[in-house]
Design a protein around this ligand. Structure first.
Ligand SMILES: Cc1cc2nc3c(=O)[nH]c(=O)nc-3n(C[C@H](O)[C@H](O)[C@H](O)COP(=O)(O)OP(=O)(O)OC[C@H]3O[C@@H](n4cnc5c(N)ncnc54)[C@H](O)[C@@H]3O)c2cc1C
Length: 381
């Protein structure tokens, strides 16, 4: 893995372009193995492009170089009582120690349960700078929240998995930290839990997170609320607790610490990144997610308002035929399953070929005609 300084970047990329050398953009390289295997080993890491360039706390925006670790960005924003409203990525550890870089986060374009309230990372990016494989540099968006001019390069690069160009700089929205946070864990019958899910989404105070979980065995729903008003949080939780009782559900109160501990389940650094473990990304129409929960023999954590999340299992607990059945079941419910990690020797296809394959391939040819970047992977198709 080569980690050039900013001043060396253009010469290096130019040299590789002249040689038509295949290479892959990388952050810290922790999750490069997720998804379809890469066909070439040359990696260009952004770890030396790691400066926080500008934080405008009054405008709630921050501009960073792509290699800035997410954990460092969160620590810097916390000094101003702000944060980037994303969960620690899978495999980060509960303290975010292995959360990777901001560029890697944007390149993968995925989000967790906080998306319920703050939308996904693609909605939080307001400006981007990239370098193509032929060293052409391009900018999109800006440093203010309202900026709609021009072609929407930002959305294209969110979720590009390093296949279109190297993200060098990112401007993001920040959010104020809110002082009062608490939650409830609902347990009981699946049908009643689905009614509870709908009630939580209709409540006055929009949940900060509402996650389906099978991590403790039987399905449960984890609700997190946040506000500047303690009274608002308390009143809302009381109302939802009473409703849960009418549905015959148990509602366990969670203070901010116990809520944080529960939402960290599955994000343990060593275990989640262990290559022999099944790690599966699932997306479903939200109203269908509960159908899968009752059947799947795997630990799941899905954002219940969005229908997206992760599943994981040890190799001995999940034969590959069951993964194939799970994938078919997801498709029959209108969703999709992506394999991020699978125990070796299984050789299952990481994702089905999508209807948009030809379009994505054509976009890729425009950005990277020599097919230098991230060979072996065309994301999302
Ligand atoms: C809640 C949550 C859930 C997530 N779930 C998933 C998930 O299900 N699947 C998933 O794949 N990711 C997911 N992510 C994102 C994932 O965690 C990021 O890949 C990781 O944070 C980045 O780590 P890294 O910087 O070490 O990147 P690496 O492991 O080095 O690279 C990750 C990917 O990003 C590309 N990349 C890295 N830096 C750049 C750059 N500067 N320019 C262009 N491309 C670049 C690489 O080519 C590679 O495809 C999730 C993130 C969050 C917050």
């Amino acid at each position: 893995m080569i980690s050039p300084e900013r001043s060396e970047l253009q010469d290096l990329v130019r040299q590789w372009h002249q040689q038509a050398l295949p290479w892959t953009p990388a952050g810290t390289g922790t999750r490069l193995h997720w998804g379809a295997p890469l066909e070439q080993p040359q990696l260009l890491s952004t770890t030396k492009l790691n400066r926080l360039l500008h934080h405008s706390s009054g405008d709630f925006t921050v501009t960073v170089e792509a290699g800035l670790p997410l954990i460092d960005l969160q620590a810097a924003l916390a000094d101003s009582k702000q944060w980037l409203a994303v969960d620690w990525p899978w495999g980060s550890g509960t303290d975010g120690g292995q959360s990777g870089t901001v560029g890697g986060l944007v390149a993968r374009g995925m989000a967790g349960g906080f998306r319920q309230r703050y939308l996904g990372i693609r909605d939080q990016v307001i400006g981007l700078e990239v370098m193509r494989a032929d060293t052409t540099e391009a900018k999109a968006g800006g440093q203010v929240v309202k900026n709609v001019a021009g072609y929407d390069l930002m959305r294209l690069f969110c979720g590009s998995w390093g296949s279109l160009g190297l993200i060098t700089q990112v401007t993001l929205r920040t959010f104020p930290q809110q002082p009062h946070r608490a939650g409830l864990l609902f347990q009981g019958e699946l049908k009643a839990l689905e009614s509870m899910r709908q009630a939580c989404l209709r409540a006055d105070l929009m949940p900060q997170r509402l996650d389906w979980r099978t991590t403790e065995g039987d399905p449960s729903l984890l609700l997190g609320l946040v506000s500047i008003s303690l009274e608002a949080v308390t009143a809302q939780l009381e109302g939802l607790r009473s409703h849960a009782m009418t549905l015959g559900l148990e509602a366990i109160s969670l203070d901010a610490d116990s809520l944080q501990e529960l939402e960290g389940t599955g994000r343990e650094a060593g275990a989640s990144l262990k290559k022999e473990r099944w790690l599966i990304r699932i997306g479903l129409p939200p109203a269908q997610a509960h159908a899968l929960l009752g059947e799947a023999d795997i630990r799941l954590n899905l954002a219940a308002g969005i229908g997206q999340g992760m599943g994981w299992a040890e190799p001995e607990d999940l034969p590959s035929q069951q993964v194939t059945s799970l994938s078919e079941r997801c498709q029959s419910l209108g969703g999709q399953l992506t394999l991020l990690q699978q125990p070796t020797a299984n050789g299952l296809k990481p994702w089905p070929t999508g209807a948009n394959h030809d379009l994505v391939a054509a976009v890729k040819r425009e950005f990277d005609p020599l097919q230098q970047l991230a060979r072996g992977r065309l994301p999302g198709v």
